[in-house]
Design a protein around this ligand. Structure first.
Ligand code: PA5
Length: 444
């Protein structure tokens, strides 16, 4: 019998009417069937649904071989990408790496902002390094990523020569469209295709996530295996044994009851970027037609000393979902101290994780007492396999939730608005009418 991550809902269900979750079974099942049958909105973007089980050993071997070449030829690998083209890789790498030891090669991220200082400092840092680039963009035209790649590519070619640079630049993009594809084909870069039917925020298990994660030396086979196990489980498990159904049902019921904000909380700093990935997945999928739970996150216990007051006592429009790691990878016990000046001898000999777990339980009980429904997602350990399970669980939970909410979870039309204004303000060719309108609006 395989072990799985699990969802505990009792401290959220107590805020709902008796039988409410069971009453959602039909709705949740229909939402899932609509995904499976391709009958809901956004059916062109369902490539993620059976993606884990479609990954072949040959494909994983190819990704690992590319990663190995990059690892041999580079001291630093810069992953250029934004949103779904970067957050998944960063989330997995940060969750698994030692927090105080730099990886060899070091993995850096760029193309996810337009800060001049960020880029200048990155250029300085890379000036004496053997670095390579993984350029990730499904559209191949995203400004943040394209701008960073233009600078990084020029620097890489200047430092290593064009021929050597070609060996350490990899493109992950559309099969035919976009500037990233044109450049990759013209320059002869090794490249991978992001399938048409997999949207950015659902692409962590394509080369978008797998190549950077493999470059970081992590076990992508175990990650994929975990996702495959979860795909199998969720496809057929009944409501009571289906964590994605439970999660989708409870969060939608809470939303209908006025809980408009979901706070994803962790008690492990390593999980910070898992929350960033989750926020994009749920925020960009559900926030449409003036609907949708606002996804927020906190790192605990750190943020109990900054946001704790608000969560305990602020407007009661929130619920909390805690990601908890059952078994830490390392063991640290509190030492005994003869003088006991700090008064901590009551903890002597006990594990730090016990203190953390009691802080977690104490926080959950306090928040429930304060009127905050709490869900808990438990990972037996923080390993590739359970992270693989978690990623797919959140993806399916998101697809089902979006359908239950009645929005198309797979588009992001709202993201275009800032781009149109930015291009108009920068006088991009083709935006003349918008430029004129915006100048009039701003009185320039
Ligand atoms: O989920 C999405 O589709 C987006 O967040 C994209 O990943 C993001 O905008 C980056 O787009 P692209 O990969 O085309 O550069």
């Amino acid at each position: 019998m395989k072990d799985f991550i699990r969802v505990e809902t009792q401290h959220a269900v107590q805020f709902l009417k008796d039988g409410a979750v069971a009453g959602m079974e039909q709705e949740v099942r229909c939402a899932h069937e609509a995904l499976e049958n391709g009958t809901s909105e956004g059916a062109d973007f369902l490539g993620w649904l059976h993606l884990p089980t479609s990954i072949t050993p040959e494909f994983v071997a190819d990704v690992k071989a590319t990663a190995q070449t990059m690892r041999e030829l580079c001291d630093v690998i810069v992953v250029a990408g934004i949103g779904g083209s970067y957050l998944g890789a960063r989330a997995v790498i940060e969750a698994l790496k030692n927090q105080f030891v730099e990886l060899t090669p070091r993995i850096l991220f760029a193309g996810n902002n337009i800060s001049e200082d960020y880029l200048a400092e990155l250029q300085d840092y890379l000036a004496d390094k053997r670095f390579g680039i993984i350029n990730i963009s499904k559209s191949g035209t995203t400004t943040e990523t394209a701008l960073a790649f233009r600078l990084l590519r020029a620097q890489c070619e200047a430092q290593r020569g064009k021929d050597e640079a070609r060996r350490v630049i990899v493109a992950i993009t559309d099969a035919v469209k976009g500037a990233a594809r044109t450049t990759a084909d013209k320059e002869g870069y090794k490249s991978y295709v992001i399938p048409d039917n997999v949207g950015g925020r659902f692409s962590v298990l394509t080369p978008v996530g797998l190549l950077p994660i493999a470059c970081a030396g992590m076990d992508i086979e175990a990650l994929v295996e975990g996702a495959q196990e979860m795909e199998h489980l969720l496809r057929t498990a009944p409501m009571a044994e289906n964590p994605a159904y439970q999660y989708a049902a409870v969060r939608n019921l809470l939303y209908r009851g006025g809980k408009k904000v979901e706070i994803l909380a962790n008690f492990q700093p390593k999980l910070h970027f898992i929350a960033e990935w989750w926020k994009q997945l749920y925020g960009e999928s559900e926030g449409k037609n003036h609907l949708g739970i606002f996804p927020a996150s906190v790192d605990l216990t750190t943020d109990l000393h900054s946001m704790g007051q608000w969560i305990q006592d602020g407007e009661r429009s929130i619920f909390e979902t805690v990601i908890s790691i059952e078994q830490p990878e390392r063991e640290v016990r509190v030492p005994s101290d003869e003088e006991n000046l700090d008064g901590l001898n009551f903890l002597a000999g006990r594990r730090v994780d016990e203190v953390n777990k009691m802080a977690e339980l104490g926080t959950q009980l306090a928040h429930v007492d304060g009127g905050v429904p709490c869900l808990r997602i438990v990972l037996p350990r923080l390993t590739e396999r359970y992270i693989g399970q978690l990623l797919y669980f959140f993806e399916l939970g998101c697809g089902i939730s979006g359908n239950v909410l009645g929005v198309n979870p797979f588009n992001q039309p709202g993201v275009e608005s800032y781009k149109r204004n930015m291009f108009a303000l920068l006088n991009k060719p083709g935006y003349e009418a918008e430029s004129q309108a915006i100048r009039e609006r701003l009185g320039r």
